[in-house]
Design a binder for this molecule. Structure first.
Ligand code: BGC
Length: 744
């Protein structure tokens, strides 16, 4: 062994021993602290209250501007030793960064003054698509739009900026991302997901967690909170927080992988599903919260409940006869922290349960240890000063807005473009119509300045609506907002008719509302419809722009339109890239992260089983979506050649040549699907196993190579364990297919 190598080994050993001893010291410090804590303090660390509880005014009716109430601070931190606070108050709105810093500072000061134990308060917030509760922050597309970019690098960049701007507001814990799979479009929170596919959602999970938490922990990262564990997104009725039935095999195959990925990446916290899964409220489920989460998946972070969910075991789910029973059930099932959040009954009841011996103190120790570690990781300990505005010079900067622009640009999905109506020709006359054409709220959706994102009073000044962006970029003299009456009145005057009509259709911003989407079909007013019909009859091309967080049934409108553009819920930076895409400055490269159904009663996912292909004539053309999962067109064309798949060391090495055969530069999402012809579990007709986004100049080509582990081409068996596909497997990329006879 040469000396250099010996030195290297010695160094590695030194770092290893140091790391171990630093870890041991840290563990010992937590243990010492735990031993010195009173029972009241431990209970306090396990509780989280809403900011409204500390503010002047009543719950959900706090004074505006918000002010903290000294008596309430004293009650929370002196008497109840509360360890965590969340959000910006029920019924409340975004605050300036300065105001946030002031609030967090006052909370920490009150805590150290009154509680005496010197454990800092942990503040958590829903920064769902940017630091959406801080004025002046950068907002990105909602998660469904981020998924439509099929570009994990952009998702990671957006998460990094969100973390930076959340930290810049003094807040280190973000209740994001939503890792629930979006397979029920009637569910009000579909737009908060990464869509229906496990492979795509897993890649986005990886990007987001890495973006929030970074490689090292410090002042520019936040603790991620994966939510909502487990099975929240698939209510049978579509209504939020109503019964979900998912068999264990399907849970493991579709709903668990994103969480597994986040846990592998050491996501620091997790929020529990508010609803019931197979008849058991998840907050009461030891098998989910302890056996699966801790013992099997090895999650070491903090599991926080969702809003009021401990009490709801008694008040709503009716599995606990009293609130006291509810607290006992939830704590013994495995929660670490209760988002109580509007009173202190949780604290009183938990204290009593431990004092009476019904819950062992060692159970609390387990949770408090995790909470102390989280606080220490977040560099809260020993930090007396909050950042100043100057510590985060890039907050709300143009460079951040540019990333939001790129994220929107790469998310927008061109679904159809008959006769190349798009891009529009600069200088031609364009009419703009539709409910979403001149509104920031439709661009932003929920979790934007307010919870539901509906109140225009709190919109960020200076941000453009679609109409404004079109006019600013392509001439006020060319772009006119019209209403259907105007269209109907002037339809017989050919000289007045424009070169195209842009019709912007949006979905009322909302989230968490049980059953706000009772009908997947989306209707427009009779007058609007008549106007569109008349325009079609006069051969004026209609460009339908969808600002929807899910597939709504648009089949009729699709027929009236020559081009259809899905913009999802792009956020307040969304109008400019949309305008630039309509005019061809941006070549569309978004792809659908969900299957677009043709009719409400026909919700079938692309990775369907063979039986779902059966049609009414006993043929096999039953799968008939309006637009397929992964669909999206470009202003250029791509050609695929030479797909090759070979097994190598437990992976499939997949290669394919992609060429830009059109005359514009553009980005293509190379998608690789497989079908296991025969398997112990009914195989999917088609399943995504790899993808990559490539940029190609006209005439340029590239060979894209993927290495896909065997286990990513397989399923979960009847024994609940993953198995690898074997026998005949068909791989597809573009129009190319390769059939392999594979014996792993
Ligand atoms: C939602 C969570 C959210 C929490 C805090 C709940 O109602 O389900 O997603 O993080 O409120 O705002």
């Amino acid at each position: 062994m040469n000396t250099g190598f010996k030195l290297l080994l010695a160094n590695i050993f030194f770092v290893f021993v140091n790391t171990i001893s630093a870890q041991n010291n840290r563990d010992a410090a937590f243990e010492n602290r735990l031993q010195s804590m009173t029972l009241e303090e431990k209970v306090g660390q396990m509780s989280q209250i809403d900011l409204g509880v500390l503010a002047v005014g009543k719950i959900c009716e706090v004074a505006d501007p918000i002010r903290l109430d000294t008596a309430k601070l004293r009650l929370a931190f002196q008497r109840y030793k509360v360890g965590s606070v969340l959000n910006c108050g029920c019924g409340f709105h975004a605050l300036s960064r300065n105001r946030w810093l002031g609030i967090i500072d006052s909370i920490q000061q009150a805590n150290s003054l009154y509680s005496k134990h010197e454990i800092p308060v942990l503040y958590g917030i829903d920064a769902i698509h940017g630091a959406n509760y801080t004025l002046g922050s950068t907002l990105f597309p909602q998660q469904i739009g981020q998924a439509a970019t099929w570009n994990p690098e952009l998702v990671k960049a957006a998460a990094r900026i969100t973390a930076y701007e959340t930290r810049a507001s003094g807040i280190p814990w973000n209740f994001s991302p939503v890792l629930d799979i979006g397979r029920q479009p009637l569910w009000s929170r579909f737009f908060e997901t990464y869509g229906e596919d496990v492979c795509l959602a897993k890649k986005m999970t990886n990007a987001c967690i890495t973006g929030y938490q970074g490689n090292t922990f410090g002042n520019e990262q936040v603790a991620a909170c994966m939510k909502h564990f487990l099975g929240y997104s698939y209510p049978l009725s579509g209504k939020d927080r109503t019964p979900v039935w998912i068999g264990e095999r399907e849970l493991r195959a579709y709903f668990l992988p994103t969480f597994q990925e986040a846990i592998r990446l050491k996501a620091k916290t997790l929020m529990i599903n508010s609803g019931e899964l197979n008849g058991i409220p998840v907050h009461a489920s030891y098998p989910i919260l302890t056996t699966l989460l801790r013992e099997e998946l090895g999650f070491e972070g903090v599991a926080v409940t969702d809003w009021e969910d401990v009490y709801k075991l008694h008040t709503t789910h009716k599995v606990a006869e009293t609130l006291r029973d509810a607290v006992k059930i939830a704590v013994m099932a495995g929660i670490d922290m209760s988002m109580t959040p509007n009173d202190f009954q949780f604290n009183e009841l938990l204290l009593d349960l431990v004092k009476s011996g019904e819950i062992p103190e060692s159970r609390l120790d387990m949770s408090v240890r995790r909470i102390l570690k989280l606080k220490s990781d977040l560099v809260l300990e020993g930090k007396t000063t909050l950042p100043s505005q100057a510590d985060y010079p890039l907050f709300g900067s143009d460079s951040f807005a540019r990333v939001a622009y790129d994220a929107v640009a790469e998310s927008i999905t061109l679904l159809k473009n008959e006769g190349d109506v798009l891009p529009l020709s600069p200088g031609s006359k364009v009419w703009v119509m539709g409910n979403a054409s001149n509104s920031l709220n439709y661009l932003n959706g929920a979790w934007s300045q307010t919870w539901l994102g509906q109140d225009a009073r709190f919109n960020e000044p200076g941000k453009m609506t679609i109409l404004q962006a079109l006019q600013a970029g392509y001439g006020k003299e060319n772009i006119t907002e019209v209403n259907p009456q105007y269209v109907l009145k002037n339809q017989r005057k050919p000289k007045l008719l424009p070169g195209a009509v842009v019709y912007c259709l949006g979905e009322t911003p909302a989230t968490e509302i049980p059953g706000n989407i009772n009908d997947l079909s989306i209707t427009i007013s009779e007058e609007d419809r008549k106007a569109l019909e008349s325009l079609k009859a006069r051969k004026v091309p209609v460009v339908l722009v969808l600002l929807l967080g899910r597939p709504r049934i648009i089949t009729d409108l699709d027929k009236l339109s020559r081009a259809v553009v899905h913009a999802y819920i792009p956020g307040q930076e969304g109008a400019k890239p949309l305008a630039d895409l309509l005019y061809g400055k941006i070549n569309p490269s978004g792809r659908l992260p969900f299957t677009y159904p043709r009719s409400s009663g026909d919700i079938v996912h692309y990775d369907r089983k063979r039986t779902e292909d059966n049609d009414i004539n006993f043929g096999s053309s039953g799968y008939n979506p309006l637009y397929d999962f992964g669909h999206g067109i470009s202003y250029t064309q791509f050609d695929y050649r030479g797909l090759n798949v070979r097994p190598e060391n437990d992976t499939f090495v997949i290669q394919v040549l992609v060429r830009n055969t059109g005359n514009r530069e553009g980005k293509e999402v190379v998608q690789v699907y497989y079908r296991d012809e025969y398997a112990p579990v009914t195989p999917s007709q088609k399943k995504l196993c790899a993808f990559a986004k490539v940029n190609l100049k006209p005439g340029q080509d590239t060979v894209v190579t993927f290495k896909v582990p065997f286990f990513d081409v397989g399923d979960i068996g009847a024994d609940m364990k993953p198995f690898k596909a074997s026998g005949t497997i068909v791989f597809r990329a573009g129009q190319q297919t390769v059939t392999l006879n594979h014996k792993p």
